[in-house]
Design a protein around this ligand. Structure first.
Ligand code: NAP
Length: 676
């Protein structure tokens, strides 16, 4: 038996007070116990704010990203210990994969995004520079800095590991310490993963704390620099939102709530098409994975009216092959619900749905189990309903039975399908199985505003599609209205929940110093030698070369045209070029200018510059005519460490003509060795 502890102020402590037992859902035996006394909320907040926050902020963004990567590797190496506990929650190994491997993969994803998409410093740049004055001496840009409070993560019972890691990744990357409060029913699995995080020794002191059991008066003590990220039912969210300190104190509150997600069979996807089989498969997967205890699971199945009977038969056929039982037993596809309370709750809600929809598959009183006793375990079979009058029905659109339960309903046309989907009041996800792009476009317009994610799948994508129910670190997870109005993950979007976006105004010199990225108009530094002869460590931001100029001749243009095969009329035909509103006559190829620019700024000798790896944000701003003279200003704009031996230097390359008018600009990327 596990005795659950909290990790507060750097110490593991078991709560005092009356003891509470957590019973496993497979055989009803006690799995864990915990005390009922409230944690020292004030002390935990202070520890996070005074120890964790400063230590994380001192690290810099890329150091934090590297820390996340090491943590993900550490957890990955020890994950079998988590898989050993996983069946106690009622989940099969396949269910556990989403939770455990899914959580670790999310950490890896944040580690890599942090290093690819955020600067190697302590201030994140959010978007480009805004020109606020004609002369360019007064500019603005958005930066983001970590909030100085604590992130409180209140998580649902269904994904104890993923639910914790998908929030810790963005918060720690942002530089904010967190207090994790998992749902009590499966807190022993979350605790085991959390214990590993502590044992890894990779995180600075105060970066993370853990509460087993209730939070006491924690939420009443939060302030304007704190964030609450809640995942759970709409009812609990509504209650927590009313906490006076949260309402009046400016604490950010992110909610991921329940959701009556729909799937829609496209009108083109009838029996005999690959899409029809795909639809049936996705429905069955969503109903049975995690015994339907997934916030993104399909609850409402919308099909063309004429196909209702065939769809029900096909889904029923597949559901009848789903083996239910002890999650660790051989061949079991669906395990138990998380608890007896949860089973009772699902049955209550099934009764509400059953009052307006007929059961067409699954009877909770007749269930065959492998290696499990139906009187002791919290098992339910998949239960499918059919709503004959989906417009008149209410419960099927509003009551979330958080288990293997879904309702089929017929639609007349796409407008009707979208209207039914919207009856969910705002959902995390809807899927449309269609091979017709016009259907997809219609549905995005008809129901996009009511969903956080729209998932289209068909014969082309089905082999690689990630599944209706899988939230991914790259994409937003959350939804409007009933789904809570929150957004998690979505790449860096999720990180910014834990940062303050600040609009900064000032001169180019000030903005360069603030952002650590050279802004045109700021000081140009002249290095002792050509920058291509200097190492990553030697080059300073702002170091600039201004090249001599060279003439661009008509012979050059013709040579380039024939050499490359680019004989576009704007370069080759004087009359046709002049008739074009952009050009005075024949002009140089943009790519010729880039090549000449390289020829002007390159220092050819072997040196620390290893490779040119790309070019960003190229714009051709003014035509260059034969006889014009071209020169380049090349300035070290940004430095990012990449490996142990070299880093990336981004250069601002600006091309000018003989009148010092800007003709082109881009960002050039090079890899440069740290040492010679
Ligand atoms: P829940 O009962 O609402 O509980 C969610 C969390 O809130 C738990 O950690 C719970 O702790 C905590 N909590 C309850 N009362 C609290 C209070 N007064 N102060 C602070 N924390 C409090 O939800 P659940 O039963 O765990 O999860 C199932 C629900 O979550 C379903 O409705 C499902 O749709 C939803 N869900 C949504 C998402 C999503 O991403 N949108 C993901 C998963 C689940 P205790 O366990 O200690 O009570």
């Amino acid at each position: 038996m596990i005795e659950l502890r909290s990790f507060a102020k750097g110490q593991w402590t078991a709560a005092a007070g009356a003891r509470r037992e957590i019973r496993g859902p497979v055989d009803g035996a006690v799995v864990a116990t915990l005390g009922s006394a409230a944690p020292d909320a004030e002390g935990m907040i202070r520890w996070a704010v005074e120890a964790g926050g400063p230590a994380l902020r001192k690290m810099g963004i890329h150091d934090r990203a590297r820390m996340l990567k090491s943590l993900a590797q550490y957890l990955d190496a020890r994950k079998e210990e988590l898989y050993a506990l996983n069946p106690l929650t009622g989940a099969t190994r396949r269910d556990g994969w989403i939770d455990i491997d899914g959580g670790i993969m999310t950490l890896f994803a944040y580690a890599s995004r942090g290093r690819r998409e955020m600067p190697d410093g302590d201030i994140h740049l959010d978007g480009g520079v805004e020109r606020l004055s004609r002369g360019g001496t007064f500019l603005g840009r958005h930066v983001a800095v970590p909030l100085e409070g604590v992130a409180v993560h209140i998580n649902a019972f269904n994904f104890p590991v993923w639910g914790m890691l998908e929030k810790l990744g963005p918060a720690l990357l942002a530089g904010m310490p967190a207090i994790v409060k998992p749902a009590t029913q499966t807190a022993y699995l979350a605790e085991a993963a959390f214990r590993m995080i502590v044992e890894s020794g990779l995180l600075p002191e105060g970066a993370v704390q853990f509460i087993a059991g209730g939070v006491g008066d924690l939420l009443d003590r939060l302030g304007p620099q704190d964030v609450v990220s809640f995942t759970g039912s709409a009812e609990t969210a509504a209650r927590l939102r009313q906490t006076p300190r949260l309402l009046g104190g400016g604490t950010r509150f992110i909610a991921e709530q329940d959701s009556l997600n729909a799937t829609i069979l496209g009108p083109d996807a009838g029996p005999g098409t690959p899409e029809f089989d795909l639809f049936v498969k996705e429905v069955v997967t969503e109903m049975t994975t995690k015994a339907g205890q997934k916030c993104t699971a399909i609850r409402r199945i919308m099909v063309p009216r004429a196909l209702e009977a065939e769809v029900i038969e096909a889904i029923g056929g597949r559901l009848s092959q789903v083996t239910i039982g002890a999650p660790a037993a051989e061949g079991v596809r669906m395990g138990a619900l998380a608890s007896h309370d949860q089973r009772r709750d699902v049955l209550d809600r099934v009764a509400a749905i059953g009052a307006e929809a007929e059961p067409v598959f699954g009877d909770p009183d007749r269930i065959e189990l492998v290696d499990a006793d139906p009187t002791r375990g919290a098992f339910l079979p998949p239960m499918l309903f059919r709503a004959a009058d989906p417009d008149g029905a209410r419960a099927v659109h509003e009551v979330e039975a958080f288990g293997p339960v879904a309702t089929v309903m017929g639609y007349r046309d796409l407008d009707h399908a979208a209207a039914l989907a919207r009856r969910g009041g705002g959902s995390l996800v809807a899927s449309v199985i269609t091979h017709d792009p016009a259907v997809a476009r219609t549905m995005v317009r008809a129901m996009g505003a009511w969903h956080g994610r729209l998932y289209f799948n068909d014969r082309e994508s089905m082999a690689e599609a990630t599944g209706h129910g899988s939230p991914l670190p790259h994409l937003v997870h959350g939804g409007p209205g009933r789904a809570g109005g929150g957004e998690e993950m979505g790449g860096l979007r999720g990180v910014l929940h834990y940062m303050q976006r600040v609009a900064v105004q000032g001169s180019p010199r000030i903005l360069t110093a603030v952002g650590g990225e050279w802004v045109p108009g700021a000081d140009e530094i002249e290095g002792p030698t050509h920058p291509f002869q200097r190492t990553f460590n030697e080059i300073e931001i702002g170091e600039t070369v201004r090249t001599p100029s060279r003439e661009v001749t008509l012979a050059d243009i013709e040579h380039f045209a024939h050499f490359t095969g680019d004989t576009f009329y704007a370069h080759m035909d004087e009359d046709a070029a002049a008739a074009n509103p952009f050009f005075p006559g024949r002009v140089a190829h943009g790519y010729l200018l880039l090549s000449f620019a390289a020829g002007l700024f390159v220092q050819p000798d072997p040196g620390p510059v290893l490779a040119n790896t790309g070019l960003n944000a190229l714009s051709f701003q003014k035509p260059v005519s034969p006889g014009d003279r071209l020169w380049v200003r090349l300035t070290a704009k940004r430095k990012t460490r990449r490996t142990d031996t070299y880093g990336e230097i981004a250069w601002n390359a600006t091309l000018f003509n003989q009148n010092d008018e800007q003709v082109a600009e881009y960002e050039l990327l090079t890899m440069v060795a740290y040492e010679r």
